[in-house]
Design a protein around this ligand. Structure first.
Ligand code: PBG
Ligand code: ZN
Length: 327
C-alpha cells in the first residue's frame, strides 16, 4: 500500500520505461492488404480510405517491392474482377485477379509472403460470400455447395503461387474442405489462415467500396457472427482447429479486443487481428482534420492489439507503421 508502493518509481525515465515495457510492436507483426484490379498503370484511390488504392497488377508489383523494402514480411491480396456472375468465376479461374497478382508478385519479390483472401463476395453478381438458391433475395447462402467453389478457388490460388490461403466467408466446414482440396492437389505445405471469428460488422463499410463487394440485397448475418457473442468465437475456433487451421483470425479488431484475448488464451496457434477498413477510415478522417495525432494514435492502437494477444495484425496502416518503427 502507499506510500510503500509507488508504481511511478518505474516510470521516471525513458530507460526505466523501456526496461519494464511489456509489449513491443515490430514490423514482423504486420500484414498489408492490397486490392488488385484489371488493366494497366491503374492506381485508383479508395474514396473512404485515403492512402489505399485499387491497383493493376503492374502497380501491385511496384507496391509489393516497397512493402518488402520496408521490412513487412507479408501482404494479403483481394481481387476485383472484370465480370461478376452466379458461379463467382473470377474467384477460381486461373486468370483471376488474385491469381495474376500472386504470380507477378512472387516472380518479382519471391521472399514476400503472399496471402490469398479466399472468398466469393467480390466475384458473385449479388455480392454474397457463396451460392444462393435461385430467386433468393434474403441472402441465405447455401453452405455445402459453396465449399466446392472455395476448394477450387484455394487450389487455383496455390497453383498461382499464393503462400497462404485465408478463407474469409464463414462457411461451416470451409477449413476442412480447403485442406482436403489443397492436399489432394499436392499442396500439403500451404498453411490455412482461417478468418475463424468474423463478425457481421458495420466496420467493413469502406472495404466494400474498395473491393466492390457490398451485398446487393440482404446482409451477411446468416453466416458472419453476431457482434454480441464472445463465447461463440471459442466454438468457431475450436472447429477450425479441429479441421486443420494453422492460424486463426479475429475480425474486426478494435471493438473485439476481448475476443482476441479469449482466442489467444484458448489456443496455441498464432492469432491474427484484422484492423479493418472502418477502423482505418476513422483514424484517417480524424487525422486529416488535425483532431488527433495520427502516428501516436496508430501506434497506440497497433500496440493495443499486441497487448490483447494478437501475434499478427492485418492493417492498412502497415506501411506507415513500418516507417515509424524505422524511426
Ligand atoms: C469478404 C471480406 C470482407 C473483409 C475482408 N474480406 C468484408 C465483408 O465481409 O463484407 C473486410 C475487410 C475490411 O473491412 O477491411 N469476405
Ligand atoms: Zn466474402
Amino acid at each position: 500500500m502507499f506510500p510503500t508502493h509507488r508504481p511511478r518509481r518505474l516510470r521516471q525515465s525513458t530507460q526505466l520505461r523501456r526496461m519494464v515495457c511489456e509489449n513491443v510492436l515490430t514490423t514482423n507483426d504486420l500484414i498489408y492488404p492490397m486490392f488488385a484490379v484489371p488493366g494497366e498503370s491503374i492506381a485508383k484511390e479508395v474514396k473512404s480510405m485515403p492512402g489505399v488504392y485499387q491497383l493493376s497488377v503492374d502497380k501491385i508489383v511496384e507496391e509489393a517491392k516497397e512493402v518488402y523494402d520496408l521490412g513487412i514480411p507479408s501482404i494479403i491480396l483481394f481481387g476485383i474482377p472484370e465480370n461478376k456472375d452466379v458461379e463467382a468465376t473470377g474467384a477460381w479461374h486461373d486468370c483471376g485477379m488474385i491469381q495474376k497478382a500472386a504470380t507477378a508478385v512472387k516472380e518479382a519479390v519471391p521472399d514476400l509472403v503472399v496471402i490469398a483472401d479466399t472468398c466469393l463476395c467480390e466475384y458473385t453478381n449479388h455480392g454474397h460470400c457463396g451460392y444462393l438458391e435461385v430467386g433468393d433475395l434474403t441472402g441465405r447462402v447455401l453452405n455445402d455447395p459453396t465449399l466446392e467453389l472455395l476448394k477450387k478457388t484455394a487450389v487455383s490460388q496455390a497453383k498461382a503461387g499464393a503462400d497462404i490461403i485465408a478463407p474469409s466467408g464463414m462457411m461451416d466446414g470451409f477449413v476442412q474442405a480447403i485442406r482436403t482440396g489443397l492436399d489432394d492437389a499436392g499442396f500439403q505445405d500451404i498453411p490455412i489462415l482461417s478468418y475463424a471469428a468474423k463478425y457481421a460488422s458495420a466496420y467493413y463499410g469502406p472495404f466494400r467500396d474498395a473491393a466492390d463487394s457490398a451485398p446487393q440485397f440482404g446482409d451477411r448475418r446468416t453466416y458472419q457472427m453476431d457482434p454480441a457473442n464472445g463465447t461463440e468465437a471459442i466454438k468457431e475456433i475450436a472447429l477450425d482447429i479441429a479441421e486443420g487451421a494453422d492460424m486463426l483470425m479475429v475480425k474486426p479488431a478494435l471493438a473485439y479486443m476481448d475476443v482476441i484475448w479469449r482466442v489467444k488464451e484458448a489456443t496455441n496457434l498464432p492469432v491474427a487481428a484484422y484492423n479493418v477498413s472502418g477502423e482505418y477510415s476513422m483514424i484517417k478522417a480524424a487525422a486529416l482534420n488535425d483532431w488527433i495525432d495520427e502516428q501516436r494514435v496508430v501506434m497506440e492502437t497497433l500496440t493495443g492489439f499486441k497487448r490483447a494477444g494478437a501475434d499478427l495484425i492485418l492493417t492498412y496502416h502497415a506501411k506507415d507503421a513500418a516507417r515509424w518503427l524505422k524511426g
